[in-house]
Design a protein around this ligand. Sequence first.
Ligand code: ZN
Length: 433
Amino acid sequence: MLTLMPHNGSILIIRMSKIILFAEKLLPISSPPVEGYALIIEKENIVDVEAISSAEKRNPYAKRIKIENAVIMPGLINLHTHLELSGLKGKLSENMDFFEWIKELVKQKMKITKREYWDGVHIGMKEMISTGTTAIGEITSESISPYIINSYGVRGKVFYEVVWPSEFLASYIWFKKKREFKRFNDSELLHAGISPHSCYSLSKGLLKRVSEYTLKNEISLSSHISETEEERKFIKEGKGEIKEFMEGLGFNYPLPFSAESPIKYFKKLGLLRKNFIAAHAIWVDNCDIEIMKESSISVAHCPVSNTNLKVGKAPVTSFIKEGINVGLGTDSLASSNSLNMWDEMRMAYKLHRENGITPFNIFKMATINGAKALGLEEKVGTLEVGKKADIIAVKMPESSSGDIYSDLIRETKGVHLTMVSGKILYQEGTGWN
Ligand SMILES: [Zn+2]
């Protein structure tokens, strides 16, 4: 932005590239909440955090943005989404169990037009940005969402989904998927990864190819893992509802897989690495947890989807105790009614507070832990000097319990402002920028 200032009879042009952003409270996450402080943003970076009065004195020509009655904090990170399915909101009954749901999902997906996929991503993006999401871990099956997400200017990774449970035609399927993946040019904010859908929906040969290719090219991975108890049974014994479901789709496997668990199966195939995000991870035993820890993988915990599909409760407290990185994801609108991370945070707290999870733990999961899972912890997830300005402002809670994190989890529905890389994407009252 440019402004003109009179100076000794001449005109001086000053570039107002700095912003002083402040509100009643600042939650850096990396340190305790503070009052009376402002963030100084220059281009896309946070360049200073200092007392409001000295920030104003030292930066007289900066643009001043004061958000009334608000709390400023890092943007939220939604680690697991399928935005292309947003058009299915309300079309699948909420009273289904996982297998009824997935059968219905397959049927509904066959009816979706390209236009509906396209519209769904726009609907999803608007809901996410207007509720404070600044980075995502998106799974794309149609190669539509990456391009739309890029146009909205949020950060994150788009994982190209691979599904093919047979060795027959596996090389053709893999060739096609790699071509889609390579066609997407990584932008400054958005990078492509690969998502082998699950242990049961890809043949062993295809999983090996995915493993070798992503290892060689240092590509990030995201996969649904141990979402149901049946998945364990299928991997171990080669029977149960998953076998029936896959056979219903016309696929027969060379069974059993003779692995003790999905985590051990993926470990054997070399898929578990630091840049691997395990969505759900509900049915895991102590040995799996040990492997997850050793492999430094992250978990995308999706409590609303898990509750709706009645698949169980992930052992989040054990993960955290063992030092496993856990972030939060909303999953799709086919299994949840909301892409609002505040709903996810509320559900996560409700489910796990009895096991000692605190409101601050939930905030870390929704911010810095999500950043770590996406390999972005040096850039975002906290409000610190040197980080990118991915920031949101939310309404100050109306009632106070003395714990600001708890109050925000209880009351917050949307945001006043969403900023990514120093650019305001959404502002309440003003709308989309
Ligand atoms: Zn999912």
